[in-house]
Design a protein around this ligand. Structure first.
Ligand SMILES: Nc1ncnc2c1ncn2[C@@H]1O[C@H](COP(=O)(O)OP(=O)(O)OP(=O)(O)O)[C@@H](O)[C@H]1O
Length: 816
């Protein structure tokens, strides 16, 4: 839209309108009454209007004529201006052009611009201007670009109230002056001048962008509390980054091409997202410490700094500044982040995997030995118990006590350690105390299946420690820290992991203090690890098989004892025998007659540390509440019609055929196991009802067969892997099913055949103790509490059978 009339477009403000109205000669800034301006101003502006249709047009691209004219004397004329204005708009009551762009005209004298009081944007780059006093007449000016000129006077004009952006780059400024009057200034570009000190900006409370690249600044100063978000001090003489502390809003910082050696001073600019420090003198990897708390930092450039020559420079920086997405201009990949973490702070499972790999390799380098005592069966692991929990939580004492009280089944696995013995500790009882050299030698000899460093000492569980227990026909019980558990989970062993966790921190601290072995720092560290255990339990369901609060050791021990008996099927057998009898005599109790389950002696903690009764652990087969449920289901099924004995015999025969087809006829290494309770119970039932005995399986209608951990697992039939504690898997259901329904399904067979079927964690595969060799040692200490269990050695299969035959209703049979 074009103004056509010759009237003034609007009334300019008084101070600005005066010179224009007089049509002053170039350079003059004289005052004149506003009434006199009308004609001249309008003429100039209207001349401009006539030539202006297109907005934002630059003279350099279209005014060859004007160029020629200017080249003569460098004086800007109204005609040229009229060709270079754009952006017609309203100001006050009239319409005026707002923009004037005069690039590359070799202009020296622009005093004619005094008449153009309504300009908002003035672009004068690439001229030879020294004097900008005409700007004093532009009260509406917002943007001024006077870059690439010859200006040496800093802001020598009356401050336009709204002046926001000024570009004085590539001029001859040497000194900054007070800019208090330029309170609206938000962007100031002073690149490529000769300024040696930052000054005069104290009152620029709107200044967000400041660039002073390629000056002579040797110290960052004068920026205190400015609201700067972007600061460029590239190509100066800076040696450090001190002086930026108060710039809390800084987001972009360019300090490249200086002599900076340290990043100190940047730590409090928490909003920094980009720091460019290319071509400086930073040479310490450790400098990351100053910027590690800048969590919004995404782009860091340390190219061409000596620090790049440091070994592991990039992974180290990436590790310490995990939030970076670009380092030295290159995108930081997820892989780089992960590998840097694995390098500098590997998570426990990574450490464990590495440890495992190391031990495996060293072991493979040795002459190979067949550790037949601990070989896992097709579906049953060698039984092992691992007590874990924070240091001093009592796991060692509990392990010892368990091995004493249930000495028929457990032996204490003695670890090696490089720490010296505490008072009262004996070599070969609590630990094998060895020197560091010995320990390292053992590692190299592939002796360990797991090691860990704890508080500067090495601890390790050797294969021999486990074998020692296994050769005695005993399950192995060890205690270790969480790292050890992670490590052990990589091995072929599938222990039962029991977490002992203090829930009363004060009591735990008190206990540690009483021990008198730990410094306050060590106590703090031990306490802090409670959280680690709790988190692991929360975040990895099934990681621990049981969680027992250990504030009261007696209570914890009773819980542990009960769990272990269940684990080894010592109590379950009794229950099964009872059920079997009931089945055989067709006197199975109804649901209402179910004997009450014993309440747990201690409350197990669930994953979220809530009592087990109302928690997910209620579904833990080791939980009595859950078992009660299973028993009820079983009782209900038992009360239904039982198949006739000949049907059972037929089923057994077919099962046996399937079994033999799957695992062959020959008994495995565990065939003479502590087949303990199951076989004895089985024998008892054989005696009770010989008609139903036709093969190695029990003839009780299913329930005994289910609970018998026969040799090497699979040998006892395809039912073996099925966990009796799971009601839907219990083959007891066969009693209430039609015969066809008792045939193994494809899935059941697969479960037997597949060695990976439902194993730990959380699988509750019942373990089988290794064979008891002839001449086995008598357990050191029998259980202190009178128990119906055998008080000496676990009987061999033959012994058990004989005993059972002698007295099928004996206590031994019941218990075992
Ligand atoms: N082979 C191992 N792997 C991992 N951790 C182990 C191993 N052997 C022992 N530990 C654990 O190392 C920690 C330190 O053991 P140490 O015997 O030195 O301390 P403690 O003060 O006696 O504590 P605690 O009574 O729990 O054993 C204990 O938590 C212990 O269970």
């Amino acid at each position: 839209m074009k103004e056509t009339g010759s009237e003034p477009l609007s009334e300019p403000p008084e101070e600005a309108s005066s010179p224009a109205s007089e049509a002053s000669p170039p350079g003059s800034v004289g005052a004149a009454p506003s009434a006199g301006r009308t004609r001249t101003t309008c003429t100039a502006e209207l001349e401009a209007d006539e030539h202006m249709e297109v907005k934002q047009v630059t003279l350099c691209s279209r005014s060859a004529e004007g160029k020629l004219h200017n080249k003569r004397d460098g004086v800007l004329t109204a005609e040229m201006v009229s060709k270079s204005v754009s952006q017609l708009g309203y100001i006050g009551t009239g319409r005026h052009y707002h923009n004037l762009s005069l690039h590359h005209h070799d202009l020296r004298d622009i005093s004619v611009l005094c008449k153009y009081t309504y300009l908002q944007k003035l672009e004068l780059a690439h001229n030879k201007i020294k004097d900008l006093s005409c700007v004093s007449h532009m009260p509406y000016l917002v943007v001024l670009d006077a870059s690439h000129n010859e200006i040496s006077d800093f802001f020598e004009f009356k401050p336009p109230k709204s002046l926001k952006e000024v570009n004085f780059s590539y001029n001859s400024l040497t000194k900054m002056k007070d800019l208090a009057a330029f309170s609206s200034l938000s962007k100031l570009d002073l690149d490529y001048n000769n300024i040696s000190e930052i000054a005069g900006l104290e009152h620029c409370c709107m200044l967000t962008h400041l660039s002073l690249a390629h000056n002579k600044i040797s110290k960052i100063s004068g920026l205190d509390n400015l609201p700067l978000t972007h600061l460029c001090l590239k190509g100066n003489k800076l040696e450090n980054t001190e002086g930026l502390e108060s710039l809390k809003r800084l987001r972009f910082l360019d300090l490249c091409q200086n002599g900076i050696t340290s990043l100190s001073g940047l730590q409090s600019s928490h909003l920094l997202g980009t720091i460019n420090l290319q071509k400086n003198l930073i040479n310490e990897n450790e400098e990351w410490k100053h910027i590690r708390d800048l969590l919004l930092l995404r782009d860091l450039n340390l190219k061409e700094n000596p620090v790049q020559d440091q070994p592991d420079y990039r992974p180290a920086i990436i590790f310490h500044l995990q939030h970076l997405s670009v380092l030295d201009g290159e995108t930081v990949t997820a892989e780089e982040k992960v590998s840097s973490i694995n390098k500098y702070d590997p998570p426990m499972n990574v450490v464990a995997a590495r440890e495992h790999m190391t031990h495996l390799v060293y072991q493979l380098m040795q002459p190979q030995v067949l550790y037949d005592s601990t070989l896992p069966g097709a579906d049953s692991p060698y039984p092992m118990l691992v007590l874990t929990g924070p240091q001093g939580c009592g796991k060692r004492e509990l392990a010892h006590r368990l091995c004493q009280e249930i000495s028929q089944y457990f032996a204490y696995g003695i670890c090696h350690t490089t720490r010296g013995p505490y008072y009262g500790e004996e070599n070969g009882t609590d630990y094998h105390f060895v020197s560091e050299e010995e320990f390292q030698h053992m590692i190299l000899m592939g002796k360990f299946i797991q090691t860990m460093q704890y508080r500067g000492h090495n601890y390790g569980l050797s294969r021999d420690a486990i074998e020692e227990a296994a050769r005695e026909g005993l399950a192995c019980c060890v205690h270790m820290e969480l790292e050890g558990v992670f490590s052990l989970k990589n091995t072929c062993f599938e222990p039962r992991y029991v977490l002992l966790i203090p829930t009363m921190v004060e009591k735990y601290i008190q206990h540690l203090k009483c021990r008198g072995l730990y410094t306050p720092a060590q106590i703090d560290a031990a306490v802090s690890r409670i959280e680690l255990y709790a988190n692991t339990n929360r975040q990895r369901p099934g990681f621990f098989d049981n969680v027992i609060p250990c504030d009261d050791w007696e209570e914890a021990f009773q819980t542990l004892r009960r769990i272990m008996k269940e684990y080894l099927l010592l109590e379950e057998q009794q229950e099964n025998v009872d059920n079997d009898r009931a089945s055989l005599h067709n006197t199975s109790p109804g649901v209402g007659e179910e004997p009450e389950e014993k309440a747990p002696s201690s409350v197990l903690l669930s994953a979220t540390e809530t009592p087990a009764i109302c928690s997910p652990t209620a579904l833990d087969p080791s939980n009595p509440a859950y078992r009660s449920y299973c028993t009820k289901i079983r009782a209900e099924l038992l009360s239904q019609k039982s198949p006739a004995p000949f049907e059972l015999a037929s089923i057994r025969r077919r099962e046996q055929l399937v079994r033999e087809a799957v695992v062959g006829r020959s008994p495995g290494v565990y065939s003479q196991l502590f087949k303990s309770s199951a076989q004895i119970a089985s024998s008892a039932l054989h005696n009770a009802d010989p008609d139903t005995c036709d093969d190695s399986s029990s003839d009780d209608g299913g329930s005994v067969a289910l609970s018998v951990p026969s040799s090497a697992g699979a040998l006892s039939g395809f039912k073996e892997p099925v966990d009796i504690s799971l009601p839907e898997q219990s083959l007891d259901t066969s009693k209430g099913q039609p015969v066809e329904a008792q045939h193994p399904t494809t899935n059941e067979l697969a479960a037997v055949v597949s060695p990976t079927s439902e194993r730990r964690p959380g699988s509750n595969v019942k373990p089988i103790l290794p064979p008891i060799p002839t001449g086995r040692k008598t357990p050191v200490a029998p259980s202190p509490t009178p128990s119906p269990r055998p008080k000496t050695n676990t009987p061999t299969t033959e012994e058990a059978k004989t005993n059972a035959e002698r007295d099928p209703t004996s206590d031994q049979n019941k218990e075992m």
